[in-house]
Design a protein around this ligand. Structure first.
Ligand SMILES: *Cc1c(COP(=O)(O)O)cnc(C)c1O
Length: 223
C-alpha cells in the first residue's frame, strides 16, 4: 500500500458509509490520483477547469469528476460534456449557463447551490436571503439541463469548533427548509456538501452526506 492508499483507507474508517467522499486532488499530479483510483476511489474533486480537463483525459473513464471551485460562466462549456456534479453554483447567471450547456450536450448536470455562511467577507456564495429569493422566484423549475441537487458551503476559517458547527448548522437548516418548501416531491435535492480535512467530522455530525477532502489524503498542496 502506498502512503496515499493508507491515508485513504484510514480516512474511510472515520466516515459513515452513507457519506460520499470526494477526493480533492487539485494541484496533485496524475500519479497521486492513480494511486487513489487503484485503492477504489472514484469521485475526484478539482477546482480549475484546465487542470480538470487535462487530468480527465489521462485517467480512467469511470471516474466521476466533481467541480468544487469557483466556476466562471464562460468556462462551463469545457466541463459540461462530462462533469458529474458542480458544487459551488453561486449565481443564477451561472446556473443558467450550466443549464444551456447541459441541454447542448443532451445531459442533466446536478448542481449544488453554494451558501455563504462563513463570517469572512471573501468567500463566494449566495447569502441565505438571495438563495431563498432565487428558489422562490422559480426560474430553475423550467430548466431542462441544470438540476439543483442540494446545498454546499464552507465554514469560517477558524480553530473555533463552535463557530464551524454553527456555520454548518445554518446550512443544514437552510437545506431542510428548502427541501420542505421547494423540493418535497423532488428526491434529487439530496446533497449536503460540507466538510474538508480540518472539519469533516463536525460536518458529518451536522448532516453532511458529501465531504470534500484533499490534504488528509494527498498531503499538502504546492501552489
Ligand atoms: C481545496 C478544497 C477542499 C479540500 O480542502 P482540504 O483542506 O485539502 O481537505 C474542499 N473544498 C473546496 C471548495 C476546496 O477548494
Amino acid at each position: 500500500m502506498t502512503s496515499i492508499q493508507k491515508r485513504l483507507s484510514d480516512l474511510r474508517q472515520t466516515i459513515p458509509t452513507n457519506v460520499e467522499l470526494v477526493a480533492v486532488s487539485k494541484f496533485h499530479p496524475i500519479e497521486a490520483l492513480r494511486e487513489a483510483y487503484d485503492a477504489g476511489q472514484r469521485i475526484f474533486g478539482e477546482s480549475r477547469v484546465q487542470e480538470l480537463v487535462a487530468k480527465k483525459e489521462s485517467l480512467p473513464s469511470d471516474i466521476q469528476w466533481h467541480f468544487i471551485g469557483h466556476l466562471q460562466a464562460n468556462k462551463v462549456k469545457y466541463i459540461a460534456p462530462f462533469i458529474s456534479l458542480i458544487h459551488a453554483v453561486d449565481s443564477e447567471k451561472l446556473l443558467l449557463e450550466i443549464d444551456r450547456q447541459a441541454v447542448r450536450n443532451e445531459r442533466t448536470i446536478p448542481c449544488l447551490l453554494q451558501l455563504h455562511v462563513a463570517q469572512e467577507e471573501t468567500k463566494f456564495g449566495f447569502s441565505l436571503e438571495e438563495c431563498w429569493a432565487m428558489l422562490q422566484q422559480g426560474t430553475w423549475k423550467d430548466m431542462k439541463g441544470a438540476q439543483i441537487s442540494g446545498i454546499m458551503c464552507m465554514a469560517t476559517n477558524t480553530d473555533n469548533t463552535d463557530i464551524i458547527r454553527a456555520d454548518f448548522e445554518t446550512a443544514a437548516r437552510f437545506f431542510e427548509d428548502a427541501k420542505n418548501t421547494f423540493f418535497s416531491d423532488l428526491p434529487y435535492f439530496f446533497y449536503r456538501s460540507w466538510g474538508m480535512s480540518s472539519d469533516y467530522l463536525i460536518a458529518v455530525e451536522t448532516g453532511a452526506n458529501l465531504v470534500r477532502i484533499g490534504t488528509t489524503i494527498f498531503g499538502e498542496r504546492e501552489y
